[in-house]
Each structure stands twice: as C-alpha cells, then as structure tokens.
Design a protein around this ligand. Structure first.
Ligand code: NAP
Ligand code: GLV
Length: 306
C-alpha cells in the first residue's frame, strides 16, 4: 500500500515517522509532482496538480476538521474525502471559547487595564441570564463547546443546518429559524464549516440582529465574517467587541485594523490545533478499516461541502 503526505505548512519528517510507525506495512512518502499512483494520501491544502495526478486515490485524509481548502479545488465527487473527527481538537476549542466568553463576561480586560495603573476597583457583577451564548454549528466541535459553556451555567442555544435535540439546549435549524436564534443571542460563537451557504454569514445585517451589545467569537474561518462590517458595529456600540482566531488573509497583515482595535482580541488561528499523534492514530485506524471494507466516520458529503 502506498500513501503520500502532501501538506502545506506542516513539517513532513515527524508526520512520516508517526505514520510509518502506525502503518508499518505501508510505503509512505512525501508527494512530489509526477510521482506514481498511491492508494491513500494525507493532505492539508494540497495543490490542484496533486488531485489532477492522483485520480485513483481511494481516500484523502485531511489533517484538519475544515475541508474548505480542498472543496475550493476541482475535486471529483467520487473522491472519498475524510476530515479529522475531533482527534483532540474539541477540548481545545472548548478551552478557547470558554476562556474568551469568561474573559468578556467577567471584564478581565478592564481589570488588566486597572492593574497596569495600580488601580484597585471593582466592576459590578453581571448576570449570566443577560449573556445567552448562541453557537452556530452543532457538529463535533460545536456540541463539545455547548457542554463546556453549560458547565459555567450560561444559557446556551445552538443553530445548525438540520434539526437537533440536545438536552437543555434550545436548538434552531435552517434559514427559517436563523433570525430567532440571532435575536436570542448575546455571545455569538461561529463553529460552522466554510461553504457557499455560510460564507459571509456574519455581516452588518445578521450581526445587527443580535442582542444589543453582543460579543462575537469566530473560531471557524475568516471568510464567515464580512470583516469590513465589524469595526463600525463595535464603534457604534451595537457590538461590545470580538475575539477572532481566523481571518480572510492569514497571517493577518501587519497593517490590519483588527490588530490594534481595543475591543478586538486576535489570536493566530490557534484555537484548536491539529495534534499529530491523535490524528495519525485516527487516520491509520480508518485506513485499516477501509482496507477491510468497513465503514468509517468523518467522510465529507460533497454536496453539502462539509
Ligand atoms: P462538523 O462536525 O461538520 O459540524 C458542522 C456543523 O455546522 C453541523 O452542526 C452542521 O449542521 C452545521 N452547518 C453546516 N452548514 C450549515 C448551514 N448552512 N446552516 C446552519 N448550520 C450549518 O464540523 P466541526 O468538526 O464541528 O468543525 C467546524 C469547523 O470548525 C470546521 O469546518 C473548521 O472550519 C473550524 N475549525 C477551526 C479550527 C481553528 O483552529 N480555528 C480548528 C478546527 C476546526 P448539521 O449538524 O445539520 O450537519
Ligand atoms: C483547523 O482550522 C481545522 O480545520 O482543523
């Protein structure tokens, strides 16, 4: 069995070593243009040439949860595309989102500014009931974040494409219930995949439907947010601020106004990192299952785009 590693932005050597240890029967190499046919590939943002040259591939294993870098390429609908299914990412996402939520709710940035001036002063306690959290995307990561937010007793609701039933969580689905979901939300968390339906979903019109003084946490993809709409909404007081982990252009350009806005917190696409050992174990397990003709989880639906 032959497997190619074709991952932009990842150092190949440690991945090759881990994959070879997990699949000793396989021949595992870094893909190079013109290389012969392989059975499987481990990919992250591969070039179109890779897909064009490897039409026989039995499955492409994306080493991330989001497959938008692949779905934007010309990809045969017959190609089996497999995303990472948690693999240690959901608990990271839960940490990140609850940290951003609590930092905003407890006004820790205000305390940090006071501390910098040796100022001892208290903020009036705020009520959780006034900070209902709305999570867009109730998949692998969204549902884990729901549980984490519930631990801190914030009211939480979710929105997804298909209807869901989650214990103690009002769930909204589809376009028909989007306005109602937004109107009930004070802290909006985006955990959607990037598809043609979700691109630009956070914009002037939708963000203005949130509760006044709402807060935005985007941990999905930069293109979910119409970036130029955000600062005017914050400066007018419609929004209280935002924590952003993802951007239309990454790395975020040095001159981008998000870096310096006092009510925007920027992190460098780090909310849930790909963990090598967990990812390799998951991919190796799925390759073995496929070779045995067994079904696997995490196969992307080409029609839905995630
Ligand atoms: P997932 O399991 O596929 O879940 C996606 C959720 O979004 C599902 O609940 C789905 O609804 C919902 N959805 C999709 N299209 C929708 C639409 N048009 N309207 C309403 N809901 C829609 O994905 P995941 O593993 O949770 O990951 C989510 C995303 O997080 C990834 O695609 C990636 O972009 C991002 N991510 C970011 C980082 C980071 O470090 N910043 C790390 C990992 C992942 P249904 O349940 O009805 O299908
Ligand atoms: C990271 O952004 C991922 O999609 O896993």
């Amino acid at each position: 069995m032959k497997i190619y590693f074709c991952c932009t932005d990842f150092k190949a050597e440690p991945w090759l070593a881990a994959l070879r240890a997990a699949l000793p029967q396989a021949q595992i190499e870094v893909w190079a243009p013109g290389a012969g046919p392989a059975d499987y590939a481990v990919v992250w943002a591969p070039p179109q040439q890779f897909l064009d040259e490897q039409p026989q591939i039995k499955a492409l294993f994306n080493i991330g949860a989001g497959v938008d870098a692949l779905t934007q390429l010309k990809l045969s609908p017959k190609t089996k595309l497999v995303r990472l299914d948690d693999a240690g990412m959901s608990v990271q996402m839960a940490e990140y989102v609850t940290h951003a939520l609590i930092r905003h709710f407890r006004e820790f940035d205000v305390y940090a500014a006071d501390v910098a001036n040796a100022k001892w002063s208290f903020r009036k306690p705020r009520l959780r009931e006034d900070f209902p959290v709305g999570i867009m995307g109730l998949g692998v990561l969204g549902q884990r974040v729901v549980r984490a937010v519930q631990t801190f007793e914030f009211p939480v609701r979710g929105w997804s494409r298909s209807p869901k039933e989650l214990h103690g969580v009002p769930c909204y689905a589809g376009d028909a219930q989007f306005a109602e979901f937004l109107a009930e939300t004070k802290v909006l968390v985006c955990l959607l995949p990037l598809t043609e339906e979700t691109r630009g979903i956070m914009n002037r019109e939708t963000l203005a439907q949130l509760r006044p003084g709402a807060y935005v946490i985007n941990v999905a993809r930069g293109a979910h947010l119409v970036e130029e709409d955000l600062i005017p909404l914050i400066d007018s007081g419609q929004l209280a601020g935002a924590t952003l982990d993802v951007f239309r252009q990454e790395p975020l350009p040095a001159g981008h106004p998000f870096w310096r806005h006092p009510k925007i917190t920027v992190t460098p696409h780090t909310s849930a990192r790909t963990l090598r050992d967990e990812s390799v174990a998951q991919i190796a397990g799925k390759i073995v299952a496929l070779e045995q003709g067994k079904p696997i989880a995490g196969v992307v639906d080409h029609h839905k785009g995630y």
